[in-house]
Design a protein around this ligand. Structure first.
Ligand SMILES: *Cc1c(COP(=O)(O)O)cnc(C)c1O
Length: 429
């Protein structure tokens, strides 16, 4: 709140396409998709019309003892699009809630299957899965986690396959293979007490847009099967085309036991989340009421019809437009325009995965020494970008672009131009 005395919150009056407009008429190119939620632009005519039509029909009904057309259609369409074997949907109303659902359902599955010792979760270093207590427990970003540590579940944490950490001369795939040995060892030692491993496929977004090779996911899927541990894929940030495929798991040709989706699910319109799972999990809860095996987890706004209508309209756009093909062209343009930044004396790494581009700036390139966090250099860059009419919000020293998919070539070039200026601003003494 004290920060806001010098940087008041910007009151946004309207949005259109990739742009936000404040009450003074100043416009900002939303280069981070309003925290990675927006896919097809603000006030997208098709999605807005779908939400408006749904509001005239039915705004909400509880999803207990009742159902409605948008919830049913959405579940059917998601199951058809998701990796094979994911045939069941459980709705919630935000990303963290989806993580809670997946954790509880995995734990409960093992209880129902006569393996009550399987109670713990294994996570990767630098992971982020949300900020409610369960989700925070399986996260590893100190900024969000540290104070609350005494309240959290005791989880196991294994070093991530983050390709930024690879040895010089080693490829991301080799690094993934090497790091996987640590995962394999942890699984071998702890499988008897583990319910699930949880990962963010391909990109640890909140952890600084750190990326890793899909090979790791292929190895992990096989190992989870071998050790009888669930695999939870948190695609809340990377789902719906962000990494180049509709779901990131596709790049490793795997099906997780639980797939968590939110953020882009509604095109960035409304809070909604869903956990997809398969028949084996479903069957473990299917019984007479009196057996008390059912999964009880409810939120008032679970499966809200307006949010489902926004999600259906979002999937319509994926269905009728060549979104992923167009994104490939746009991603290539982002890569080409930003390429010179790799040589900058304060850029340790320029990396990209589909529609996520990250510029890791450091104090010293050779040793990759980060900036002291107290200097808040990212905030400087954020302020500069705002003045230039672009919304960028670096994570520490990592300047990243994660734009809506409707960016024009000129908007793309402006975004990269201002990101490059931000590298200078961050690096200035
Ligand atoms: C944003 C995010 C979450 C949490 O979603 P909320 O809707 O903000 O609670 C969980 N996991 C990942 C990977 C995310 O990026």
């Amino acid at each position: 709140m004290k920060d806001h005395e010098s940087l008041p919150p910007i009151a946004i009056r309207r949005g259109a396409g990739a742009w936000l407009e404040d009450h003074d008429g100043k416009r900002y190119l939303d280069a981070i998709s309003s925290w990675w939620t927006n896919l097809f632009g603000h006030a997208n005519p098709h999605i807005s019309a779908a939400v408006a039509a749904q509001a005239r029909q039915l705004e909400h009904v509880m999803l207990a003892g009742f159902t409605h057309e948008p919830a049913v259609l959405l579940a059917e369409r998601l199951c058809a699009l998701a990796p094979p074997g994911l045939t069941r949907c459980f709705y919630a109303d935000n990303g963290s809630a989806a993580i809670e659902v997946a954790l509880k359902m995995s734990f409960h599955y093992w209880q129902n299957c006569g393996q009550p010792g399987k109670q713990r979760f294994l996570t990767l270093s630098n992971a982020y899965h949300g900020e409610t207590l369960g989700a925070l427990s399986v996260g590893d970003v100190p900024l969000y986690r540290q104070v609350y540590d005494p309240l959290l579940l005791r989880v196991l944490t294994v070093p991530s396959p983050d390709a930024y950490e690879r040895a010089a001369g080693s490829s991301p795939a080799e690094h993934a293979q090497r790091q996987f040995a640590l995962m394999e060892a942890a699984l071998a030692q702890h499988a008897h007490e583990l319910a699930a491993v949880i990962v963010e496929p391909l990109v640890q977004c909140a952890g600084g847009m750190r990326m890793y090779d899909p090979h790791y996911l292929t190895l992990l899927r096989a190992a989870c099967d071998r050790h009888q541990v669930h695999l939870i894929a948190d695609e809340i940030a990377v789902g719906f085309g962000r990494t180049g495929t509709l779901f990131a798991c596709e790049q490793a040709a795997i099906t997780p036991d639980f797939l968590c989706l939110s953020k882009g699910l509604t095109g960035g319109y409304l809070p909604l989340s869903v956990v997809l799972t398969g028949e084996q999990v479903y069957a473990a809860f299917y019984d007479e009421y009196r057996s008390l095996r059912a999964f009880l987890h409810s939120h008032s706004y679970t499966g809200n019809p307006l949010a489902c209508a926004a999600a259906l309209a979002t999937l319509d756009i994926f269905g009728r437009e060549p979104v992923l093909e167009r994104n490939r062209v746009l991603a290539a343009r982002m890569a080409a325009r930003s390429a010179p930044l790799a040589d900058h004396q304060h850029v340790a790494e320029l990396r990209q995965c589909g529609m996520i581009l990250a510029i890791e700036t450091v104090r010293e390139k050779a040793s990759r020494t980060p900036w002291p966090w107290e200097e808040r250099r990212g905030l400087r860059a954020h302020r500069h970008a705002l003045q230039r009419g672009v919304l960028l919000r670096p994570l520490g020293g990592v300047i990243y672009c994660m734009p809506p998919y409707v960016l024009s070539d000129a908007e793309c070039d402006l975004m990269i131009e201002v990101a490059a200026e931000c590298v200078e601003i961050i690096s200035a003494p």
